[in-house]
Design a protein around this ligand. Structure first.
Ligand code: FAD
Length: 405
């Protein structure tokens, strides 16, 4: 909290000037602080009379920190299929668990009665073992056929309370973003959303959770040293899954949840795929992306032509989306989609960090930019320095020529 010593305050207004949030102002002969104070301390630094004091309440470490052990991955299951992000997280979780010398477990919630379009719940439990899990907690109940925040949240939180894993990871998908914060709240745990890197701090085994901060201008590494579990979400396609190994041995542990904990206050009537899901950038092997360098909607049409010639999908930087050349579902980056195709061709995109976080896991990155200093060339496998209005038509011509040979 920010403590104001009314005797010492001379109402000089320096604190008001220093506060970028407008959270402190002088009223009468003393400063007063509002609810939007972020406790940044800028006012304390400029106060010349020592009237302001920042009192930070240190949270006491949990008494039983050492009794939490193991790494868990929430494996999302919809319509009879595992979401690929669960396997990607097992790849990352395997490394963390090995560093800690603890088992890696997956938690699979759903209904075996609903085999949907995929393999079905039991088969997917075996898939999780083949991709690195030592254990799978399998909760198969008709009440879990449709996702609901409260039932899924209760079941996962109860399992965590019972088995005490030190780390819980989940995908930052629509489902993960919806109920994982609820689980963290129920467990009074911290949660770092949208991590791009995870590691273990050797001295104390704490989870190092790295994610972009301040609009992507810095990478922040966040640690939760005093509470357990340490919880993080990771966007799809950021981590790499392990190759499937059907020879791996693992234990599948059926769990019967308390029926009272499966009650939901929400009835799901229908699930409809939104516009965002209909653009299948995530599944395309080749993605051709255009940025501000295309200059006009007509210029952007070149990107579509190149994508057509390659049989790829079309993506864009935020600048292109903001210019109205292509709708938002095609945006790649921090506030758009994350993609990891075999080939990503960036045309007239400078390579701002907010764009890079959405595409830097692509296997091969080809950048076309007339500025040899453009940051996109720092991540590009192949760079073409040139005017895209000359380069792209030549590429299309060559591709079409090859096709007719
Ligand atoms: P510019 O940076 O303007 O780059 C245009 C490039 O085209 C330049 O490098 C130029 O040399 C090149 N060029 C111009 N003409 C030609 C030509 N004739 N031939 C060849 N090259 C040419 N951005 C995203 O993309 N995705 C996001 O999700 C995203 N989220 C954001 C979130 C936040 C909180 C913030 C603050 C920003 C975000 N941004 C995002 C915006 C990001 O910072 C950049 O502004 C944006 O990516 C720039 O887009 P651009 O590269 O197309 O445009």
């Amino acid at each position: 909290m920010l403590k104001i010593d009314q005797e010492a305050c001379i109402a000089c207004g320096l604190c008001e000037e220093a506060c970028t949030f407008g959270a402190i102002r002088v009223e009468g002969d003393c400063a007063v602080v509002g609810d939007n104070c972020t406790l940044c301390g800028a006012c304390v630094e400029v106060c010349e009379t020592g009237a302001l004091e920042l009192i930070r309440e240190e949270k006491a470490p949990m008494a039983d920190l050492g009794s939490w052990s193991g790494v868990w991955v929430y494996a999302e299951y919809r319509n009879g299929r595992l979401a690929p992000v669960g396997l990607e997280l097992l790849g990352a979780g395997r490394k963390l668990a090995d560093k800690r010398g603890v088992p890696l477990a997956a938690v699979l919630l759903g209904s075996g009665a609903d085999s949907g379009a995929g393999e079905g719940l039991a088969a997917e439990a075996a898939t999780l073992v083949a991709h690195g899990a030592d254990r799978v907690y399998l909760v198969d109940d008709p009440a879990l056929a449709k996702f609901s925040d409260d039932a899924y949240g209760n079941v996962l939180a109860d399992l965590v309370r019972e088995h005490k894993p030190e780390i819980v990871l989940a995908g930052a998908t629509a489902v993960g973003r919806s109920f994982i914060p609820r689980v963290a709240t129920m467990l009074a745990a911290g949660l770092t959303a949208d991590c791009t890197d995870l590691d273990i701090r050797e001295e104390d085994g704490a989870l190092l959770q790295t994610r972009p901060a301040f609009g992507g201008n810095i990478m922040a590494t966040i640690v939760c040293p005093r509470t357990r579990p340490q919880m993080a979400t990771v966007r799809p396609l950021v981590m790499k899954p392990l190759a499937r190994d059907d020879g791996r041995q693992g234990e599948i542990i059926p769990v019967k949840p308390d029926p009272a904990r499966l009650q939901s206050r929400v009835t799901v009537l229908e699930t409809v795929a939104g516009e965002l899901e209909k653009v299948n950038l995530n599944e395309a092997d080749i993605v051709v992306a255009g940025g501000r360098g295309l200059e006009t909607p007509e210029g952007f049409a070149l990107v579509r032509k190149l994508a057509d010639a390659l049989g790829g999908a079309v993506a864009a930087s935020r600048a292109a989306v903001d210019s109205g050349w292509i709708p938002y579902p095609h945006q790649v980056g921090q506030t758009g989609k994350t993609v990891a195709p075999k080939i990503y061709i960036a045309c007239g995109i400078s390579g701002a960090i907010q764009h890079l976080v959405g595409m830097q896991s692509a296997e091969t990155i080809i950048a076309i930019n007339r500025d040899p200093e453009a940051p996109i060339f720092n991540v590009a496998t192949y760079g073409i320095v040139g005017d895209l209005f000359e380069v792209i038509p030549k590429l299309i011509e060559r591709l079409e020529h090859n096709r007719t040979q």
